[in-house]
Design a protein around this ligand. Structure first.
Ligand code: WT7
Length: 691
């Protein structure tokens, strides 16, 4: 049962449940949802998975998957203990593999073992295969030659920076902020922190000064590692000046290490606080011993947005997280010796943490770091990279694919992409048409497609096909990964919907090693968000259908989270940025369907009596959002309305606004509970009047 019945307050429409204070419409157990899924075609195991007779997929049949998965959920301690011994290296072996559960929010793994993530990702490969390339760094501009860093060299760079951090007085458990463009330096910075047991907190370089400031303050960062500038599609981004602004109100940051990315002479340095990276590391030895960490010691925290205004610093542990990253990289991408792996996300997101840095490097693979964008200078950057480096796995997002597909097939066909065995998609639901394009045009029907569903909180994939074992359906994330026991719940009763052809909310029935352990500084919020809504389950916040084959289809967020181009945005955060502006009285933000980005942000605002609507106000409010959160949260439209649709008790009915922006005004539902139903038509007219 849920903590409170869904309609307890009378303000929630049928089919909506309560989580915290906010909740939106969740899919009912609607057979038509399953029908859509049931009509989907099924694709057999991709030819390239079995083309090379000398290379057998790690999981080579559905039967083998089923056996492994069953064991992973029936005997998780045993299964994961084996995997943890095989994939990680232990300084002190563990004897207790698993303790705790979802009910109490205390799930822990390999508790009495010690290890070091930097040792696992760097040293052991630097000793075994020193000349192997660890990182290929491709800068924003294709004319700039790429950089290859061997494992031997990576160890030196990581150690020198660790030495510099140690010299700043940083010790195990201290937090370090990383605000860097997507470069090899960002990877080195993360691993240097891990070496000393410093908890890194990477803040995506697209976040604004205010967002950076709030995150640095929340985690009490003592040092910030940043860059003079970033480069994006040929344009300079003044990262250091954004950091300077953030630091004015984050005095706990005493030292700033600055990577000279562009060397622009106009970048200001504060001689008492700032030091260039090269300067900081040069007096340090290129070897420094890794600090033994308990398995459950934090490896990093990463902020993500939820239903409420304040972003959560999700905390991941050293052993469980690293195991999840390594295990999923190995099995989901079927990584073998000699592979060159590319995840073209940014290290500022969990995707970059797990699949640029920790997963591939833990396995000793070559990982590519791409600083640029797919469409600049030409919409062929990805294909160019695949051909140039003979990449074997390529992991990207539906938004990027939709944007590229608009340029037609020609830019893809110019390149030889036959090296790729596995093409991955992540971040948002992939529509079947885009999936088919990826399959037919990019993969030539020969490469495997893995639609991987997971979250910042899950640390690693939780629903995904294994490319040598699971037949795929365009648009479905298919089946659970090892250790994951999914359940579809009735959103209102919390009752588990057994069997196939059911729809509801997605939850997980037992703990798995790579799940986030807590929200930094607020364990109660962790419990409140993830385990209390449906006691005994981890609640994902996503709607989900199980089709007649038992395949799982993610239907998108059911809470007040907007997924714009794979970026997770909080309705509450955007609304508070708007209402903080002097002109704005009230704001209601909703996600609207968007051809490229999946969803875009539309804001409805009312103005204070002291202001009249002018054409400048939307621009001012847009700027306010960009300042408060960053360009990623920019609303596509801001519509000034005389009033918002509210219940008699004053609660804003975003459900109605969601229908309006989706052009579904013929199914607005019951408006009789509104205090002023006539406002709806006015809003519809203002919305449709797109000048
Ligand atoms: C939310 C998590 C960890 C991946 C990057 C985003 C959505 C993610 C898929 C997918 C459908 C997906 C969900 C999820 N999502 N992958 N393959 N199919 N939806 O991480 O920022 O923590 O967002 O992204 O809604 O809850 P995130």
């Amino acid at each position: 049962p849920v903590a409170q019945p869904a309609s307890a307050t009378g303000e929630h429409p049928p089919g909506a449940a309560l989580v915290g204070t906010k909740y939106v419409k969740v899919p009912k157990n609607d057979p038509s949802q399953a029908k859509e899924a049931n009509d989907a075609p099924k694709f057999p195991i991709a030819p390239r998975m079995t083309a090379d007779k000398g290379r057998v997929p790690h999981v080579a049949s559905t039967q083998q998957y089923l056996e492994m998965w069953q064991r992973s959920v029936d005997k998780p301690a045993e299964f994961f203990a084996e995997q943890a011994r095989e994939l990680l290296s232990w300084m002190t072996p563990f004897s207790v593999a698993h303790h705790g559960d979802l009910h109490h929010g205390d799930a822990s793994w390999f508790l009495d073992g010690t290890l070091n993530a930097s040792y696992i990702c760097v040293d052991r490969h630097a000793f075994a295969t020193p000349d192997k390339v660890a990182i290929i760094y491709e800068a924003d501009h294709p004319d700039r030659p790429h950089v290859e860093i061997t494992y031997r060299e990576l160890l030196r760079q990581v150690c020198q920076l660790a030495g510099a951090l140690h010299a700043q007085g940083l010790r195990k458990g201290d937090a370090v902020g990383i605000y860097l463009p997507n470069t090899a330096h960002a990877v080195v910075a993360m691993l240097a922190c891990a070496r000393l047991g410093l908890v890194h907190s990477v803040i995506f370089a697209g976040f604004s000064a205010e967002a950076l400031r709030d995150r640095l303050r929340d985690c009490q960062c003592k040092v910030l590692i940043t860059a003079d500038q970033g480069m994006r599609a040929g344009k300079e981004i003044n990262i250091k000046s954004i950091a300077d602004e953030a630091l004015r109100e984050a005095p706990m940051v005493q030292k700033v290490i600055v990577h000279k990315r562009t060397g622009n002479p106009n970048v200001k340095m504060d001689p008492t606080r700032d030091i260039y990276w090269d300067e900081a590391v040069k007096s340090h030895r290129p070897y420094c011993p890794p600090v033994p960490m308990a398995a459950e010691d934090p490896l990093f925290m990463l902020y993500t947005s939820g239903s409420t205004g304040k972003p959560k610093g999700l905390m991941h542990t050293t052993a469980g997280y690293l195991l999840g990253a390594a295990l999923s990289t190995k099995y989901v991408f079927d990584v073998h010796e000699g592979d060159k792996f590319a995840c073209v996300a940014d290290v500022g997101w969990i995707t970059g943490h797990s699949y640029i840095v920790y997963g591939p490097l833990a396995l000793g693979t070559t990982t590519l770091v791409f600083e640029g964008v797919p469409t600049w200078p030409e919409p062929d950057m990805y294909w160019r990279l695949i051909q140039k480096h003979k990449l074997t796995q390529f992991y990207t997002s539906p938004t990027a694919l939709r944007a590229l597909r608009k340029f037609g097939d020609e830019p893809v066909k110019k390149y030889d992409l036959t090296s790729v065995r596995v093409l991955g998609s992540v971040g948002e639901p992939i529509d079947p048409n885009t999936w088919m394009w990826l399959h037919d045009v990019v993969g030539k029907g020969e490469a495997a497609i893995v639609d991987t569903y997971w979250q910042t909180e899950t640390g690693a994939h939780v629903l995904t096909p294994l490319p040598g074992a699971i037949e795929t359906k365009p648009g479905s994330a298919t089946v659970p990964f090892f250790g994951v026991r999914p359940a579809i719940l009735d959103p209102q009763t919390g009752e588990e919907l057994e069997g196939n052809d059911v729809s509801g909310v997605l939850a997980f029935k037992q703990a798995w090693p790579s799940m986030a352990r807590t929200v930094f500084g607020d364990h109660d919020r962790y419990l409140e968000t993830y385990v209390r809504p449906y006691p005994g389950y981890y609640f994902t916040g996503d709607g989900c259908t199980r089709d007649h084959d038992g395949y799982l289809w993610i239907k998108g967020r059911v809470d007040d989270v907007i997924n714009n181009a794979g970026h997770r945005l909080s309705v509450a955060e955007i609304e508070s940025a708007l209402t903080a502006h002097e002109t704005c009285a009230e704001a209601a933000v909703v996600g609207a369907p968007d051809e490229i980005a999946g969803q875009c942000v539309i804001a409805f605002v009312t103005l204070k009596h002291t202001h009249i609507p002018t054409s400048e106000i939307p621009a001012l409010l847009t700027y306010a959002v960009r300042r408060s959160i960053g360009p990623i949260a920019t609303p596509k439209r801001i519509i000034i309305v005389p009033d918002l649709p509210k219940t008699r008790s004053g609660k804003v009915m975003r459900r109605i606004l969601r229908k309006i922006v989706a052009n579904e005004t013929d199914s607005l539902g019951d408006l009789s509970t509104l205090s002023d139903p006539s406002v709806v038509q006015t809003i519809i007219d203002l919305h449709n009047n797109k000048q």
